[in-house]
Design a protein around this ligand. Structure first.
Ligand SMILES: [Zn+2]
Ligand SMILES: [Zn+2]
Length: 361
């Protein structure tokens, strides 16, 4: 067996500090001239896996006490002291500058020999695919269980498209509630979220609690309040309502963001640059407030009086006599012994949009 050194780490850390601190730092991997050609087109990858040699590490114990918790086997730890003292970390590639790879998040000290580099592949390197198939919310549940709302917010951005304070507040309320109710959600309408607004807040709720528009467990009450009640049908009295008691904290604590919001969103007058600046500020605020205790923002009430709608019914279908399209029988309009859809009959209907529920004709 032969292992070669292909490069070396340049870091401000000459000796190890906590992994949390090192994960936040930038460092450089200097590749040796002999292997330089192997970096061709590496810029195409955002994330790389770095394998390195713990050159300062000596000896090992197969059973030992971890940093946190009781004694455990060596192969359940990331300790540098191992029979093959090899470390592996996924880093973000910031840029390549000739033989130098500038990376973010490498927890290796200055002078560490690098033995290999591979691109990170979400397909190959995501280990939970089978668990995910069995329990689609597996990863979300874990984040809620460990109260890792920061990562939960990161993921919620995939649904919402941007990061903003109200998305974070929705994630916070939902994460806190599911924890307290010890509730899981298999998307079968047992856990319900009754939201009182259709703002960004509700997307945080939908993502984190899995109570969505499509699985009929998001109940919308057109009240225009930043509030949500979580309730399990099987234990209706064990419900929790979260109401945002401090509605002005953004304009008060983040006046710059408040002003930009007024110009960019309320008045729709912001320049492209101002829009970008606002998103940047929003993101900063979102990731700041996600670390704050839920009670600071919300009035939390237990066992509120809440009327729970029935499970979504399954209706018969009919065909519209004019357009020929199939629709739920209860949504048809009868005219001269024929049935029509509301579109063809030009009859009144309700629409949920940015204004809430509005009657349309
Ligand atoms: Zn938003
Ligand atoms: Zn029709």
């Amino acid at each position: 067996m032969e292992i070669k050194k292909i490069g070396e780490v340049r870091s401000k850390y000459k000796k190890p500090v906590g992994p949390e601190e090192m994960k936040k730092s930038k460092s450089i991997i200097e590749i040796e001239a002999e292997y330089l050609a192997g970096l061709d087109q590496i810029e195409d990858y955002e994330y790389l896996q770095i394998l390195f040699y713990f050159h300062k590490s000596e000896g090992y114990d197969l059973i030992s006490k971890r940093r946190m918790g009781p004694e455990r086997g060596l192969f359940t730890s990331r300790s540098p002291r191992r029979p093959s003292p090899i470390g592996m970390t996924t880093v973000e590639l910031i840029k390549r500058d000739g033989a130098k790879l500038h990376v973010y998040g490498l927890d290796a000290i200055d002078g560490t020999p690098v033995i290999d580099i591979k691109p990170y592949s979400s397909f190959m390197d995501q280990p939970t695919l089978s668990l995910q198939k069995k329990t689609p919310r597996y990863q979300i549940n874990k984040l809620i269980e460990y109260q890792n709302f920061y990562d939960l917010l990161l993921k919620a951005g995939e649904l919402h498209g941007h990061y903003c304070p109200f998305l974070a507040l929705g994630v916070l309320a939902a994460g806190d509630a599911l924890n307290r109710l010890a509730a899981d959600n298999d998307g079968m309408e047992d856990l319900l979220a009754v939201v009182e607004t259709n703002s960004c807040f509700s997307d945080g709720v939908q993502y984190a609690a899995g109570t969505t528009f499509g699985n009929n467990s998001l109940i919308y009450r057109d009240f225009g309040k930043t509030a949500v009640t979580f309730v399990n049908r099987n234990e209706p009295t064990k419900n929790l309502r979260y109401y945002l008691k401090d509605n002005d904290f953004i304009s008060r604590e983040y006046p710059k963001a408040g002003k930009l919001f007024k110009k960019v969103i309320a008045e729709r007058k912001g320049t492209k640059k101002e829009q970008e600046k606002m998103k940047e500020l929003w993101q900063e605020i979102a990731f700041e407030i996600i670390e704050v205790e839920t009670e600071k923002f919300f009035k939390i009430e237990e066992d509120t009086k809440i009327e729970i709608p029935d499970y979504a019914p399954i209706f018969d279908d009919h065909y519209c006599s004019q357009c020929g399209e199939k629709l739920m029988a209860v949504k048809t309009v009868e005219k001269d012994d024929q049935v029509f859809c509301k579109g063809c009959a030009q009859s009144k209907y309700y629409q949920l949009d940015g204004r809430g529920i509005v009657e349309k004709r």
